[in-house]
Design a binder for this molecule. Sequence first.
Ligand code: HMG
Ligand code: MG
Length: 296
Amino acid sequence: MKLRSQLFARCPPTVRIVEVGPRDGLQNEPAPVPAAAKIALVEALAGAGHTHIEVASFVSPRRVPQMEDAEEVCRGIRRRPGVIYTALIPNEEGLERALKVAVDSIAVFTAASETFNQKNIGCSTAESLERIRRVLARARAESLRVRAYVSMAFVCPYEGRIEPVRVIEVVERLRDMGIERISLGDTLGAAYPDQVSRLLEALDARWGLGGFALHLHDTYRRALANALAGLLHGIEEFDASTGGLGGCPFAPGARGNVATEEIVELFEGMGIATGIDLEKQREASRKIREALGRTR
Ligand code: HMG
Ligand code: MG
């Protein structure tokens, strides 16, 4: 066994990568991406060893046209045993759509910023939590796994810096509903590692960090530094997007998530197992970037 320096004492030996490329990565693409290319991406990711893939969102097609074909994508994917196919769900209408195409798991979402919730989902934080409660009741009856995002957990384009206390308030409400898997979103990609550390310390003191994941956008190329901060606190789950694609249409300036191939390379290089085949991951990234006409 490799001996770790004291600084890395809390680093886990393995981490789980939640691949959000097919949803977060593609939702903001300006030109339509054919369903066949989305399906091919999901299948390539499963082939690279991913076991948690967020494949689509069932949101309003008027708000996010790129996700209009969520049903077609979910129906088209050849399901692999051992892979959990997740859909992002804003409300009961979205859940009903997702149930018809047999997703395994759902991700619900709200934010620590009141203004962002208004811009993103057209309601207050309190109302978004009520929507989640209603979705949850139905999801439980269908035995679906549920994960929640808290967006704008660090910096909001409308409200500025977000203090940990505001994140804790939302996390507390979600945990009171029984949601234990919570992904903390640096939606804007503007957090710094010390800020990540401060929030994780506050959450750790309250609940321990077992149920928390980091969802780091890479707008200012700090996502890997922020992931490292998470790792030092013992975080075991990280969201990532193939090719670093993506961004939220309602968070001006936000760029893609941390690139899956970059975070996998970092972790594996540190002796932390991800279960992802880096060569196949790079190939999946190359193919989708080519399908999108990306040259760099
Ligand atoms: P709404 O339009 O604001 O209001 O929807 P509504 O509830 O009154 O609905 C109006 C119309 O939308 C109705 O149709 C509904 O049927 C329809 P009409 O009668 O006018 O023809 N509608 C739907 N259609 C299909 N599927 C649905 C659905 N719901 C309503 N599920 C809603 C509210 C939340 C749906 C809307 O505001 C919306 O879709 N917003 C987009 C949210 C979104 O996708 N944002 C990006 C993802 S979040 C993100 O990227 C952050 C994350 O990555 C983490 C991070 O980075 O921090 C997760
Ligand atoms: Mg995101």
